[in-house]
Design a binder for this molecule. Structure first.
Ligand SMILES: *[C@@H]1O[C@H](CO)[C@@H](O)[C@H](O)[C@H]1NC(C)=O
Ligand SMILES: *[C@@H]1O[C@H](CO)[C@@H](O)[C@H](O)[C@H]1NC(C)=O
Ligand SMILES: *[C@@H]1O[C@H](CO)[C@@H](O)[C@H](O)[C@H]1NC(C)=O
Ligand SMILES: *[C@@H]1O[C@H](CO)[C@@H](O)[C@H](O)[C@H]1NC(C)=O
Length: 214
């Protein structure tokens, strides 16, 4: 009985590793689709092949089976920065896409004593959103709360409405270039805060409510 189970397990494992399929993911739901695709498992395609794609849409990374693309997208999927097909093996779309993605130190802490401020010898990681020519940043609002010191990819900061205006963040070009120590004088004091956006939104909504109740 035990032997049977073992045989079944081995056979299904072999079937699993030898069969076709593609990595199928969207970085909006699973960030690893962009930053760590090697950690994802392939799944079968409806046509039983290993015709796969990797593509970028609105900064997100999408991977899947070519059969699931609409004709127009599939026919124009031939650009190493936007969309690429592969057929050379199961899960062939599990490489970093595009190959030349920006990498930055990415962490968050407080401005006073956090590891994010001090540990600058950690390895940079792939930026979760893709934008050609993305930069790295350091943002320091010189406060004690968690999140007052940050390192990361400029596209992600901009998506949170931070580091949009010049002079609030240190930015740099090149892989893992944002490794300055927290006390480096090249890092400006950040005065743009997500909290301010939230405040003005609350004021706006408060104002609308007040106007409505009059
Ligand atoms: C897509 O292309 C296939 C063959 O390449 C064709 O059979 C099918 O009708 C096309 N579908 C659409 C919606 O154009
Ligand atoms: C800053 O963060 C560190 C851990 O990263 C913590 O030990 C320390 O208490 C924090 N400082 C303040 C003022 O919150
Ligand atoms: C950050 O705050 C500390 C203590 O409040 C102060 O000594 C320091 O000058 C400030 N740094 C910047 C860049 O404003
Ligand atoms: C910055 O901090 C490091 C250690 O964290 C220290 O060795 C260095 O002297 C500091 N530089 C300045 C200008 O305060």
């Amino acid at each position: 009985m035990k032997l049977y189970l073992l045989v079944i397990a081995v056979v299904s494992f072999l079937a699993y590793i030898s069969c076709d399929g593609c990595i199928q993911c969207h970085s909006k739901d699973n960030e690893r689709c962009a930053t760590d695709p090697l950690s994802l498992l392939k799944r079968d395609c409806s046509d039983g092949t290993s015709n796969c794609y990797s593509r970028i849409q609105d900064g997100y990374t999408i991977r899947g089976c070519a059969v699931d693309l609409d004709n127009a997208t599939r026919n124009s999927c031939n650009n190493e920065l936007i969309c690429q097909l592969c057929t050379y093996g199961a899960g062939c779309n599990r490489n970093t896409f595009p190959v030349s993605r920006q990498t930055c130190l990415q962490c968050s802490g407080n401005s006073t004593t956090s590891a994010c401020g001090k540990d600058t010898y950690v390895s940079p990681q792939i930026c979760p959103l893709y934008k050609f020519g993305d930069k790295c940043y350091i943002r320091n609002s010189n406060r004690t709360v968690d999140g007052s010191f940050q390192r990361g990819c400029l596209t992600s900061a901009n998506a949170n409405k931070q580091c949009v205006k010049d002079g609030n963040c240190y930015t740099c070009e090149g892989r893992g270039c944002n490794f300055l120590l927290a006390n480096d004088t090249n890092i400006p004091l950040a005065r743009d805060s997500g909290a301010q956006v939230f405040m003005s939104m609350s004021l706006l909504i408060g104002g609308l409510l007040a106007a409505w109740s009059l």
